[in-house]
Design a protein around this ligand. Structure first.
Ligand code: ADP
Length: 449
């Protein structure tokens, strides 16, 4: 009997997972909401089950509905993708308890890495450099608290241990704001995450976002697939990603690779994961580990030839897989542009019907997307429409290839950020690889008028 996997997601990542399953002769069950009956991947899935109304809370976040679908179709495992329930440890736990393999690390690892203080502690114990700060209990005495902050040095970031998605964070410029900012962050964290615990970090003013892709076998062996640079972001949302990260201090990188592997070994990490860092003045500072596939995984696949989604499936289903660091080779440079259904100037979402479109093609161009001419982009979900990925032997050639791919690409009927990508690809700071995480918002978009 071949394996059967339920895909608990939608959009391009659901299609990506089906493609990987097909190559591995795994049969697929796709769940979908009432707002998603025209999704492309449903046509390629062996079975489909409607799990509820369009609202994500009632469908893609509805654990009982998803587990009932799994029960009904008798799948072996559940593929979570990214977003939705991918990093919800209680969902992973429910899958485990219901007898379905959750494709990813153990619920315990998801829980530990989802708690930022625990994650920082585990990272530090593995030899990873963390952002300097304070993660013990905040003293009740305001003077003691102020002294701790003074020692770290302003500006400081107050963060909620249960925070995520860019929420539960606040920058404090000086001592006068410390107590009130801490109180507000605690209150917000309590309301949003049901956990008011906070910690302090030194604010890193102008870093790059560099991340390391790791793959673990769940038994204490792990490899890395190199770096990605995701510094081109707006409101902590990545827009362009590339692999490998260029102009990185090699000694610091080697140490960080080694410590990252140590962390995976310590966690007996299973499947694909990403360890994220802020990088400034030749130093890596751990910020978090994402215990799932990332949107930007294709750039790593392009430069290594390693299929990360197939690896997730193979590891979870205990199919044969070779995880050998020495056999991972890196070729050239890859860039991904995320095409979103949004206004390129105001960033307002732009759902609606795609009347006409053209997909780019050619040597070194990859296109991962679920959309097609006539498809109606629903208003209920993330605005990601397509990922265009180019590969060439140097960063400059990859940029040129992307410019050409973007020139071929068009979507009519809805607004997209296509023109923003075209502008960034011609921007001198981007071409010179001088941008940090603040560049797009604080300079590029401001200059744009
Ligand atoms: P989340 O889980 O909410 O995404 P992260 O800890 O990953 O939170 O941080 C999100 C973003 O916030 C980072 O990519 C970075 O832009 C910014 N950030 C986080 N910590 C710091 C820090 N200590 N100094 C400067 N910027 C930070």
């Amino acid at each position: 009997m071949p394996f059967k996997v339920l895909i608990a997601n939608r959009g391009e990542i659901a299609l990506r997972a089906i493609r990987a399953c097909k190559e591995l002769n795994i049969s697929t069950v796709s769940v979908y909401s009432e707002g998603d009956k025209d999704l492309k991947h449903l046509k390629f899935s062996d079975e489909t089950v409607c799990i509820g109304p369009a609202s994500p809370l009632e469908s893609y976040l509805n654990t009982p509905a998803i587990l009932s679908a799994a029960e009904l179709t008798q799948v072996d495992a559940i593929y979570p993708g990214y977003g939705f329930l991918a990093e919800d440890y209680s969902f992973a736990e429910m899958c485990e308890k219901s007898g379905f393999k959750f494709i990813g690390p153990s619920s315990e690892t998801i829980k530990n890495m989802g708690d930022k203080i625990t994650a920082k502690t585990l990272a530090e114990e593995s030899g990873i450099q963390i952002v300097p700060g304070y993660k013990n209990d905040i003293p009740k005495d305001p003077e003691k608290f102020k002294n701790i902050a003074k020692e770290i040095g302003y500006p400081i970031m107050i963060k909620a241990t249960a925070g995520g998605g860019g929420r539960g964070m606040r920058v404090v410029e000086s001592e006068d704001e410390l107590i009130s900012s801490a109180e507000i962050t605690m209150q917000e964290a309590k309301n949003a995450f049901g956990n008011e615990k906070i910690y302090l970090e030194k604010f890193i003013p102008n870093p790059r976002h560099i991340e390391i892709q790791v793959i673990g076998d769940g038994k204490g062996h792990a490899i890395h697939l190199g770096t990605r640079d995701c510094s081109m972001q707006r409101r902590h949302q990545k827009i362009i990603e590339e692999a490998p990260a260029k102009n990185i201090d090699q000694d610091a990188l080697e140490k960080t690779y080694e410590a990252s592997i140590n962390l995976c070994k310590k966690l007996k990490y299973e499947g694909a994961g990403t360890i994220e860092f802020l990088y400034e003045n030749g130093e890596f500072y751990f910020i978090e580990m994402n215990t799932r596939i990332q949107v930007e995984h294709p750039v790593t696949e392009m430069i290594t030839g390693f299929d990360i989604v197939k690896a997730q499936l193979r590891i979870a289903l205990e199919m044969d897989i070779k995880l050998d660091q020495d056999s991972i080779n890196f070729f050239g440079h890859a860039i991904e542009c995320r095409i979103n259904a949004e206004d390129p100037k105001t960033f307002q979402p732009s759902p609606g019907k795609i009347t006409k479109m053209h997909i780019p093609g050619g040597f070194g161009i990859r296109y991962d997307s679920h959309i097609y001419g006539g498809y109606v982009v629903p208003p209920y979900y993330d605005s990601l429409l397509a990922k265009i990925i180019t590969l060439a032997n140097s960063r400059n050639s990859t940029i040129k290839r992307m410019i050409s791919a973007l020139d071929e690409f068009f979507i009519e009927g809805i607004k997209t950020n296509h023109s923003l990508h075209q502008e960034i690809l011609h921007d001198k700071t981007f071409i010179d690889n001088k941008h940090t995480i603040n560049y797009l918002e604080n300079e590029f978009l401001k200059n744009d008028g």
